[in-house]
Design a protein around this ligand. Structure first.
Ligand SMILES: Cc1cc2nc3c(=O)[nH]c(=O)nc-3n(C[C@H](O)[C@H](O)[C@H](O)COP(=O)(O)O)c2cc1C
Length: 235
């Protein structure tokens, strides 16, 4: 037990810093602040890693890590980039909803975001694709992500063939040179937050949790978002 008042029960369980009291009406600024802090303090090599769960056409859950490449505090969404014909792409085509979890172990913090998913615009995907190293851009062309391949050797041959087709020499790849257009099957998704839960570890496993919910519904070509409602949860 730390340096807090031990003369009563709530003193024993009161650590120096937990979720704000009262809760802010909108959780996204806190999500952004936590991600910024994890990035600044280099708590792990990929502080923007998220476990992304989707539901397959068979109705079963599936989960994998992707990197969060954008977050809007104002609109309440996050973006990630991937192959639209991958297993997750197929899942999102049949169920356009996802759950994303970020976890920073050394900060004792977890963020859970759930909601509808849509593709970002082609121009937004182009802009992000253009910032990627040439190796990654080549990989996006070469890999039919999530499809079978007979061997590792066959995959490397596919990368080589794709490089030749795109006019990329080994020297260009090493020097990170060459302009390649984005493959049409690769791009971004936006996960709109309809439910956000923040978790901080508390002493004696009396953790601090809070959840924010709002409606998010497609409206014309946009998402229409209702007001947030916040409540604390038992750990
Ligand atoms: C740290 C880390 C970051 C990753 N980032 C991405 C990413 O941003 N996009 C992506 O498509 N796959 C990423 N992957 C690979 C995925 O976890 C996964 O293997 C791949 O997307 C295929 O998943 P699927 O078959 O469910 O579609 C990452 C894996 C790890 C371990």
């Amino acid at each position: 037990m730390g340096n807090f008042d031990q003369s009563n029960i709530s003193g024993i369980y009161a650590p120096p810093e937990l979720l704000p009291e009262p809760l802010p009406p909108d959780p996204m600024a806190l999500v952004s602040a936590w991600l910024d802090e994890a990035t600044r303090r280099k708590v792990q090599p990929n502080p923007n890693a998220i476990a992304l769960a989707t539901v397959g056409q068979d109705g079963r859950p599936q989960c994998r890590i992707v990197l969060c490449k954008g977050l809007s505090v104002e609109r309440g969404w996050l973006t990630f980039f991937t192959n639209y014909t991958s297993r997750k792409g197929d899942a999102l085509a049949s169920h356009a909803f996802a759950a994303a979890t970020m976890h920073w172990d050394t900060l004792d913090r977890q963020v859970r975001i759930e909601g509808p998913v849509e593709r970002v615009s082609g121009s937004e995907s182009d802009a992000y694709y253009a910032t990627r190293p040439v190796e990654s851009r080549l990989g996006a062309w070469a890999s039919d992500q999530s499809r079978p391949i007979p061997s590792r050797k066959a995959m490397l041959e596919k990368v080589e063939d794709t490089a030749a087709r795109l006019g990329l020499t080994p020297e260009m790849i090493v020097a990170n040179e060459g302009s390649i257009a984005r493959p049409p099957h690769w791009g971004g998704y936006r996960l709109w937050a309809a439910r956000v839960e923040l978790w901080m570890a508390g002493p004696g496993r009396v953790h601090d949790r809070a959840v924010w919910t709002r409606s998010v519904t497609p409206f014309a070509s946009e998402m229409k978002c209702g007001a947030w409602e916040a409540t604390r949860l038992q750990p």
